[in-house]
Design a protein around this ligand. Structure first.
Ligand code: PHE
Length: 481
């Protein structure tokens, strides 16, 4: 096997690995993004499609991605090169790693802006800034927080510095400890807020908004968003889980860890949604308020409940920490790649990539004020374009390639060394999902969204499927022969 120049560390235990992976998965995607895209896309039907994507597509890809990391034993670019070499496949598979490294940096560039905003809200709450706040005041507060690029840029910079400090020192020392106390804390506060939500009088409406499915309202774009978000929220498709998988020892169970990740991630997203929509309906707010939703709803709740400033400060602190454990995992594929190439130290690699990403992030900062209506792609400003490009295109593409490699290219005997299921049924579900379901789902949704009209949809779909079947057939022949 090709060797990398730097030795690869290892998680100290199964539990630590699970915590780190859950820490990566649970973040702004669950608490900030999921509720607002569910609101934008009409709730119910969207949520059902999202859940289906999580369990039918997300879980198998998560297992495959971690396993490919463990088999490749390096950063995602090198790991895919190793995996390709070991299975007599083309070196072009490194493209999967490169796609991920770039997507990670692009996501991080806007992630730190939103997380920075949560940081600002933490300080606001500490100063009692939400006291007796009503819906109007909450909206005004949000508008004033994002109105100045200098202020927003300041928080973006601060949060980026936190991220870089942790990554530069090597992930585990500081992070393990933080995550151990953070996850239970976050769950507890969410439970308190859930209790509050049941008392708003609109909890029932919130439940029915989230779960009553009216499929006639569902658009293809919503399906693409739901699928993209399944990738985003589970941190799959861009090599984060591959990078973390490289540190997984032979005795650890990838399947067990993956089930934990999926369950925790889903639980937290649903709780956040129920809480936020209860507040939305109780205050006659708009569920489709977009990226500001979290920031325009929760301050109302904290402003009204007894001890609200304590809960409010704690909540935003936990959001910041959840975001931090995800942010470092967004940077990890790129940093481990640059470091393992051997020319830069970890600290240098972190600084270089951090500065680059920070700069790109300024585009998102401006998207909330001066450049709000400067459209790059369709009716999307810089922030929305980056979000679309990564979540809706790059991550599903990465996931598709992971599925194809794991299902067809990876030789059976080699795969069995890394990944084994004791349960036959699960094995079959896994194989079928990766072989057929995932590739077709991604292709179909892509074709519908990228294509202009039926003719092009059909052309893209047919070409995609023929190419796919051709590849699968070749791998099949090679393995049989
Ligand atoms: N899963 C993280 C979240 O939900 C974001 C993320 C995406 C982190 C991809 C790493 C890789 O916030």
């Amino acid at each position: 096997m090709a060797r990398t120049k730097v030795s690869i560390p290892a998680w100290s235990s199964q539990w630590v690995f699970i915590m780190a992976a859950v820490g990566s998965a649970v973040g702004l995607g669950n608490i900030w993004k999921f509720p607002y895209i569910a609101g934008d896309n009409g709730g119910g039907a969207f949520v059902i499609v999202y859940l289906a994507c999580i369990f039918l597509i997300g879980l198998p890809i998560l297992i495959a991605e971690i396993s490919l990391g463990r088999a490749g034993k390096a950063n995602p670019v090198q790991a895919m090169r190793n995996n390709a070499l070991n299975n007599n496949a083309s070196k072009a598979w490194t493209g999967l790693g490169i796609n991920g490294v770039i997507a990670g940096l692009l996501i991080l560039s806007f992630y730190t802006v939103i997380a920075g905003l949560a940081l600002a809200y933490f300080f606001k709450s500490l100063q009692g800034g939400f006291l007796a706040m009503d819906a109007n005041e909450a909206q005004t507060l949000f508008n004033s927080e994002v109105a100045s690029p200098w202020v927003l840029g300041f928080w973006h910079t601060l949060f980026m510095l936190f991220t870089l400090l942790i990554v530069a020192r090597g992930v585990r020392a500081g992070l393990e400890k933080a995550i151990n106390f953070m996850m239970p804390g976050l769950l507890m506060i969410l439970l308190v807020l859930l209790g509050y939500a049941t008392m708003t009088g609109s909890f029932g409406q919130s439940v029915s908004f989230m779960f009553r499915a009216d499929f006639s309202q569902l658009t293809w774009n919503a399906v693409l968003v739901a699928m993209g978000h399944a990738f985003f929220t589970l941190s799959i498709g861009l090599g984060t889980m591959m990078a973390y998988g490289a540190y997984v020892g032979r005795k650890m169970s990838i399947v067990q860890a993956s089930v934990w990740i999926v369950v925790m991630d889903t639980l937290i997203a649903i709780m956040a949604g129920l809480i936020i929509f209860s507040i939305v309906f109780a205050n006659a707010l708009e569920p489709g308020a977009g990226p500001g939703l979290l920031f325009q709803t929760l301050p109302i709740a904290f402003g009204q409940m007894a001890g609200g400033w304590v809960f409010g400060s704690l909540f935003f602190l936990l959001v910041v920490m959840a975001a931090l454990s995800s942010a470092i995992s967004l940077l990890e594929p790129a940093v481990s790649w640059l470091e393992q190439r051997g020319r830069y130290s970890r600290a240098q690699a972190t600084a270089l990539l951090g500065a680059f990403t920070w700069f790109i992030g300024l585009g998102t900062v401006l998207s909330f004020n001066y450049w709000e209506s400067v459209y790059i792609f369709g009716e999307r400003n810089v922030f929305a374009t980056l979000d679309f490009l990564t979540s809706s295109l790059m991550l599903p593409l990465g996931g598709l390639l992971i599925a194809v490699f794991a299902a067809w290219t990876w030789q059976k005997s080699k795969r069995a060394e890394v990944l084994y299921f004791s349960n036959q049924l699960f094995q079959q579900f896994f194989d079928t999902s990766l072989r057929y379901f995932t590739p077709f789902a991604v292709l179909v949704v892509f074709a519908f969204n990228l294509a202009l009209g039926w003719l092009w949809t059909s052309v893209i779909l047919i070409v995609g499927i023929v190419a796919y079947l051709g590849y699968a057939w070749r791998c099949h022949q090679a393995q049989a022969g």
